[in-house]
Design a protein around this ligand. Structure first.
Ligand SMILES: [Zn+2]
Ligand SMILES: [Zn+2]
Length: 269
């Protein structure tokens, strides 16, 4: 039998999948039903977060924007948080994605983010027409206070928070990228995965305090694309903590001409 390299790699992948299935039989993380990693019934049970707030001072508002007093400290315009980490299903999904490398779950989280964003748009009485380019001014009065990004949603650009290439190779995938891809398909918005890059891989943020996080992440990102000409950006990640990673990305994007930059995450860790 002739075996080329591709066949061997493919067989090795299958063997690995088979082996993993032996240790972890495929069953729903929520209800243990066999056959899939996250079933439809459990998906319907995940709660969309029904209120947004300023990430800095935690004051509630409509869009998760930073309030006047807080925004001086940020390049980011605001953060949309789709769900609650206290929701057991969400916590389970995020942990399994991070520590068990379950790539399939990124799709589930991506669908969840899409539904959330649709809901946030509906709740603020924006309709489809508002999301198309060129219709901005007609309805501006009715939707006063709405971020520019919503009025021009289809023209914005989705960017997943990048991993350093070494880390991506080690994990096998960037979870933010797969989550973002679902969103791109749902709303039919452009996505860029190659231009915002992570230049440095510093120590993990998880064990650091707020100030240390800021310093640790400083100058870790770079932009390798054309000028952004005021294009609005939606930055996608799985979780936000203090917002320092999203904010560093926003800094680089704005230095390169971005308009508004919003973070969209599954939950606050
Ligand atoms: Zn289930
Ligand atoms: Zn605030």
């Amino acid at each position: 039998m002739f075996l080329n390299k591709r066949t061997i790699v493919k067989s090795a992948e299958k063997l690995k999948a088979l082996f993993l299935d032996l240790i972890f039989p495929v069953e729903c993380l929520g209800c243990n039903k066999e056959g899939m990693w996250f079933c439809h019934d459990c998906f319907k049970k995940i709660q969309l977060k029904d209120s947004q707030y300023c990430l800095h001072c935690k004051k509630e508002n409509n869009f998760g924007e930073f309030c006047e007093d807080c925004k001086e400290d940020y390049f980011l315009d605001g953060v949309w948080i789709a769900g609650d980490y206290e929701d057991k299903l969400i916590a389970e999904l995020i942990k399994s994605l991070k520590y068990r490398f379950m790539r399939e779950l990124s799709g589930t989280l991506g669908r969840f983010l899409s539904l959330f964003l649709r809901d946030l748009i509906n709740k603020n009485r924006l309709v489809n027409r508002d999301l198309e380019n060129g219709k901005i001014w007609r309805r501006l009065e009715k939707i006063k206070g709405s971020p520019e990004v919503f009025l021009n949603l289809k023209e914005s650009l989705i960017i997943p928070v990048p991993l350093h290439k070494k880390r991506k190779r080690w994990r096998g995938f960037n979870q933010a990228e797969i989550i973002a891809r679902e969103l791109k398909n749902y709303f039919d918005i452009d996505m860029s995965t190659e231009k915002l890059i992570r230049i440095k891989h510093k120590k993990a943020q998880a064990k650091l305090g707020e100030e240390e996080r800021k310093n640790n992440i400083k100058n870790c990102f770079g932009w390798q694309g054309d000028r952004l000409n005021k294009r609005n950006i939606i930055l996608v990640d799985d979780v936000v903590t203090t917002g320092s990673t999203l904010n560093e990305c926003a800094k680089v994007l704005k230095e390169n001409g971005a308009g508004e930059v919003w973070g969209l995450v599954v939950a606050k860790g």
